[in-house]
Design a protein around this ligand. Structure first.
Ligand SMILES: *[C@@H]1O[C@H](CO)[C@@H](O)[C@H](O)[C@H]1NC(C)=O
Ligand SMILES: *[C@@H]1O[C@H](CO)[C@@H](O)[C@H](O)[C@H]1NC(C)=O
Ligand SMILES: *[C@@H]1O[C@H](CO)[C@@H](O)[C@H](O)[C@H]1NC(C)=O
Length: 372
């Protein structure tokens, strides 16, 4: 397999596996959780395997991005009502996490046939997840009729950024569960994802955070302004180790607060090796507790054209050890809140049909070199 140093979905230069068409993903049917009476279906898709090289590989340091240019979707001409994401080993069953020296840095989905609500010339950022592996449920456990409308020919780009901290090369798979309703279900609103980021709508603003600070609050400089009415039904955060709190404000008023949990299960606790790579005495200082969950907000707010959303993200790296890359540099901090705006079906579909393909090259050019 060939690697080259190019750019990552979220902006860190690492090895990237050449893009490919999705030919190897596997689908299994499982039981739906919500709206079974309306014909909801649930499937598990196993993407991969992706070979993640050794941590001692000079070209990649064990960090690579794998890309599916046209990822297998659970359905076509349907409403996606939720999805979960997990990184596993090649068997598709065993969880790959910090305790086994394998990380899901990020997985990201982009709909190339739509334009992004926050950065309007890019393709639509549909979802992002990190090692916290958040679940997304647009129906709020079956209490809200809302879903993401996927058309028959929408092309979805999937990127998986995994990091191997062990000397042996290993294969991983990305296992996603998708729930959906076939067709265009009556009375369901359409969900539009909005990427609210301390680095700005197009990832080109300063969050105010300085590299040398250990305790700080990163803030969006401008924020995102709504152009349509709707219900902000769900806010899903993505942050890195070191985060202690993240807040979203609508017109200056706090509407959502997210708190991360650290090392809540053994999977999220890594064992540090001694300086020479051989020490391993299992004292408490030999363990690092990583973000294992982060709270989401539901039924966040009513949105009107002109409503303005801003975000603050607090970090305390004295209390929580930040993540490091293999070269010893700190991972860039992140402060993202994925907002989900539910809009009436007819006007939502009209807007979607009017969208052009987003400019993937412009997105890649912006994130090249660190994305702020
Ligand atoms: C999405 O874009 C791809 C690539 O340009 C194209 O083949 C496909 O037909 C488009 N789908 C829609 C729904 O426009
Ligand atoms: C990774 O998976 C491929 C395809 O199944 C297999 O040929 C290869 O031997 C695996 N490599 C490792 C290191 O497990
Ligand atoms: C960020 O990029 C967008 C889109 O190209 C542009 O409109 C905006 O002015 C840029 N902001 C800054 C602070 O450079």
């Amino acid at each position: 397999m060939k690697f080259e140093a190019v750019v990552l979905f979220l902006g860190v230069v690492r090895g990237v596996v050449l893009p490919r068409d999705d030919t190897s993903s596997k689908v299994a049917t499982i039981e739906a959780k919500n709206f079974k009476d309306l014909g909801a279906k649930r499937v598990q898709i196993t993407y991969g395997p992706y070979l993640i090289p050794s941590s001692t590989d000079e070209a990649t340091h064990g960090m690579v991005t794998s890309r599916e240019m046209n990822a297998l979707m659970p359905c076509r001409e349907c409403f996606i009502t939720g999805f979960t994401t997990d990184l596993r080993f090649e068997d598709g069953k065993t969880t790959a996490n910090a305790n086994k020296q394998m990380w899901l840095h990020h997985s990201g989905l982009m709909n190339l046939n739509r334009t992004d609500a926050a950065c309007t010339h890019w393709p639509e950022r549909m979802g992002v997840n990190g090692n916290e592996r958040s679940s997304i449920d647009f129906t709020l456990k079956g209490t809200r009729k809302a879903g993401y409308y996927l058309r028959a020919n929408d092309q979805v780009f999937l990127t998986i950024d995994a990091m191997n901290m062990a000397p042996a090369a290993r294969n991983v798979t990305l296992v996603m569960e998708w729930e959906y309703l076939p067709g265009i279900p009556a009375d369901f609103d359409i969900v539009f994802p909005i990427w609210l980021d301390v680095k700005g709508n197009c990832l080109n603003e300063s969050s105010g955070a300085k590299a040398e600070d250990l305790v700080f609050t990163a803030k969006s400089a401008t924020g995102w302004t709504a152009q349509h009415s709707g219900d902000l039904i769900l806010a899903v955060p993505h942050i890195h180790d070191g985060n202690v709190n993240q807040q979203v404000f609508q017109d200056g008023k706090k509407v959502c607060e997210s708190i991360p949990g650290y090392g809540e299960t053994a999977d999220f606790v890594s064992h540090n090796e001694g300086g020479d790579g051989h020490g391993h005495d299992h004292g408490t200082s030999e363990h690092t507790y990583h973000v294992s969950s982060i709270t989401q907000c539901e039924n966040v707010a009513k949105v009107a054209p002109g409503s303005k959303f801003t975000i603050t993200s607090e970090y305390d790296m004295k209390t929580h050890t930040p993540m490091k890359d293999h070269d010893g540099s700190l991972e860039p901090i992140m402060g993202i809140q994925f907002l989900h705006l539910a809009r009436p079906q007819a006007e939502g579909i009209k807007d979607i049909l009017a969208m052009k393909n987003g400019d993937l090259d412009a997105f890649v050019a912006q994130v090249r070199g660190g994305g702020g």
